[in-house]
Structures are given as structure tokens and as C-alpha cells.
Design a protein around this ligand. Structure first.
Ligand SMILES: Nc1ncnc2c1ncn2[C@@H]1O[C@H](COP(=O)(O)OP(=O)(O)OP(=O)(O)O)[C@@H](O)[C@H]1O
Ligand SMILES: [Mg+2]
Length: 343
């Protein structure tokens, strides 16, 4: 057998690393320079392509990279921020660019430890029913390496949080179901996303639970915020280049007027009687998309109604309508055709 044929069947070592120019991997974050970084050489089948439209916020993405590139992760990484500030996108983006497989656990209040650890499943082998061990996504990441994304982990129940203590600390993790203790792969990175710092009783994020300090102190926290005007303009330009610039600018102006009313001008919650609804980057992007999808003969109000206004509570409705009128004036009842004709 030739050497080539032997190589063709050799298993791929997915943990093999390569040195690459940081600029080549992250052109949005690094200028062309001598800065190099390490990433996996081969792309694992569990890698997931990230959103092509995502534009990372430079400082937060670099901090997350510092954490990822450090020889050890003494703490797990916690991404905290309001809805639609790009927490999940950031984790997916980093995993994709570094060729790391990513295992997503969508945490919710009724989730139990077995959903993380795995369970025995029934299977058929040679016409016989057999019991097979099936590791859950968290156990898979812990054993094989990759990013374990505990998405929205502030929704976890007390029982689930307790079950995650050792996991987020990178300690040997006993899987109750299998009576087996697994150790953390050196290339396993645990990232959690949350809307709150586990304070519980949040009026806006009512399904978020209280979390104890022992758990929270096992994370290095990065706070994600809504993009500034320049950044959000870049996102919209990439996402909806055919919408006229004046319309894209007004969409961003409206988003910021809503955020002022919900979170205060400094986005620190310092505001009297805040509105509860949030006009996130998710809504910005979705509105731009549906303005186009609704076609040239429908008004802006029609698409805004569908992506946002219908979900606003009656208590917020009056002030929300005032903000829309203040920013858009009559334009909100014009069709896209009329707005395209406007200079
Ligand atoms: N920096 C960005 N560049 C491009 N699009 C963005 C960016 N941030 C957010 N978005 C848009 O907003 C959507 C929501 O982002 P993401 O799911 O990461 O938010 P999140 O912070 O995880 O919110 P939640 O707390 O509701 O889960 C994305 O799918 C994307 O369309
Ligand atoms: Mg998310």
C-alpha cells in the first residue's frame, strides 16, 4: 500500500494547532501586522458556520480572545447583556473562526442535570434491543473539547445551577446517570450567556432566576452593549445595502430613542419610568429585512407593526407611538416606493 493511501485513511487529529496571522482570521479586529494566534488546524464536523452579517465589537471580542488564548481558563467566560446585544453571536463567531466545535445548551427553567450529562437510550443492534449510553452536549464538549455554550444560563433552576458548579469550574465532573466522572479536555472552553447577573426578579427578564455568588464568581464577565451609531450603521450597511442611507439612519435613530427611553441615555438604567420594551439590534436588523420583504407598496408602519409594535405592552404603547412620530414624522406612513424617491 502506498504512503498516500495510508495517509488518506489516517484519522484526523482535531486537536492539532496551527499558527496563523491574527489579521487573516479576524480582519475586523486586527490590522495587518506580525500578530499571530493559534487555532485548530482541521475543522471538526461539529463546527458551525457563523452569521456572515455579524460585525464584532472590537474590545469585547479581543477580551474574549485573551481568555481563549490564555494557557489556562481559571474562570469560565460569562457574557452578560440585554437581549439582542450579540452574546450568542459572539460565541458562535469565535468558535467558527478558531475552527472549534461548538455545543449549544439552551438552558431553561425545567431543564434537569441529565439534559447536560446525557442518558441511556434504547437502540436496535442485530435485531436486538440494546441500551446505549448517550452523552449530552455538555458532557461531549467536556470530553472531546470545543466550546460549550450554556446559552441563557440565568434561566437555570437552583438544582441545575448546583449541577453545573464543577463543570463551570473545570473540575472533574461526576455524571450521576452513568456513575462516571469525566475530566475536562484541555481544549474545552465553557461560555455562558445571560441577560442578568443572576439577580432574579427582573421586570424585563421575568424568566431569569436568582443565582448564588459561588456560581457567579466562577465566571470572568464581559458585558455586551448595543452598538454605537457608527457600528450599527456598518451592520445595517452590510445587512441592507439597498435601503437608502436616510432610511437606515432613521432606523438607527429610532432604535436609540427607544433605548434612551428604556435604559437611559447612558444605558445604565438611570431613568424614571422606563419603557419595558427593548429595540435591540435583533429588531433593527429584522425591520430592515422586512421593510424590503414587504415590498415597495407597503408602508414602514406596516413592517414596524409586525416586527415590534404588536409586541409592545399597552402600558408602553402611548410613549412608543410618540417616539415613532418624533423620529419619523409622516414618513412612517409612507411606502418604501415614496421613501426611495426621497433624496
Ligand atoms: N454585532 C452585530 N453584528 C451584526 N448583527 C448583530 C450584531 N449584534 C446583534 N446582531 C443581530 O441581532 C441578533 C441577535 O443577536 P444575539 O442572538 O447574539 O443576541 P443575544 O445577546 O444573544 O440576545 P438574547 O439575550 O435575546 O439571547 C443576531 O441574530 C443578529 O441578527
Ligand atoms: Mg442569545
Amino acid at each position: 500500500m502506498s504512503a498516500l493511501a495510508i495517509n488518506a485513511t489516517a484519522p484526523i487529529d482535531y486537536t492539532e494547532m496551527e499558527q496563523v496571522s491574527a489579521h487573516l482570521v479576524f480582519p475586523e479586529l486586527f490590522e495587518p501586522s506580525t500578530v499571530m494566534l493559534k487555532r485548530r488546524k482541521h475543522r471538526h464536523p461539529d463546527c458551525i458556520a457563523s452569521n456572515q452579517m455579524y460585525i464584532p465589537e472590537s474590545e469585547n471580542a479581543k477580551l474574549a480572545l485573551v481568555w481563549l488564548m490564555a494557557p489556562h481558563q481559571l474562570l469560565s467566560l460569562g457574557l452578560q447583556g440585554h437581549t439582542g446585544t450579540g452574546k450568542t453571536e459572539l460565541a458562535l463567531y469565535l468558535a467558527d473562526k478558531l475552527n472549534l466545535p461548538i455545543y449549544i445548551v439552551k438552558v431553561h427553567a425545567r431543564m434537569n442535570p441529565q439534559d447536560l450529562e446525557g442518558s441511556y437510550v434504547l437502540d436496535v443492534e442485530n435485531n436486538q434491543t440494546v441500551t446505549r449510553k448517550e452523552y449530552g452536549p455538555a458532557a461531549k464538549a467536556y470530553i472531546n473539547g470545543g466550546i460549550l455554550l450554556l446559552d441563557e444560563f440565568d434561566k437555570a433552576s437552583g438544582e441545575l445551577t448546583s449541577a453545573m458548579h464543577l463543570l463551570v469550574e473545570g473540575k472533574p465532573w461526576p455524571l450521576e446517570m452513568f456513575k462516571e466522572t469525566i475530566t475536562k479536555h484541555p481544549q474545552c472552553f465553557v461560555i455562558g450567556t445571560a441577560n442578568t447577573y443572576g439577580t432574579g426578579h427582573d421586570e424585563r427578564y421575568i424568566t431569569s432566576n436568582q443565582m448564588d455568588q459561588a456560581f457567579l464568581s466562577r465566571f470572568m464577565w464581559i458585558e455586551t452593549v448595543y452598538p454605537n451609531v457608527i457600528q450599527e450603521s456598518k451592520i445595517l450597511e452590510k445587512f441592507a445595502p439597498r435601503l437608502p442611507l436616510h432610511l437606515r439612519n432613521d432606523i438607527i435613530k429610532l432604535a436609540n430613542a427607544f433605548r434612551d427611553a428604556a435604559l437611559g441615555v447612558n444605558r445604565d438604567g438611570d431613568i424614571e419610568d422606563p419603557i419595558q420594551c427593548i429595540f435591540s439590534t435583533r429588531v433593527v436588523v429584522a425591520w430592515a429585512y422586512y421593510i424590503q420583504a414587504f415590498g415597495v407598496f407597503r408602508t414602514l408602519r406596516k413592517s414596524l407593526d409586525s416586527v415590534f409594535l404588536k409586541s409592545v405592552s399597552p402600558e408602553d404603547a402611548e410613549i412608543v407611538n410618540d417616539i415613532v412620530s418624533k423620529v419619523f414624522g409622516d414618513d412612517i406612513d409612507k411606502t418604501l416606493k415614496d421613501l426611495l424617491a426621497k433624496k
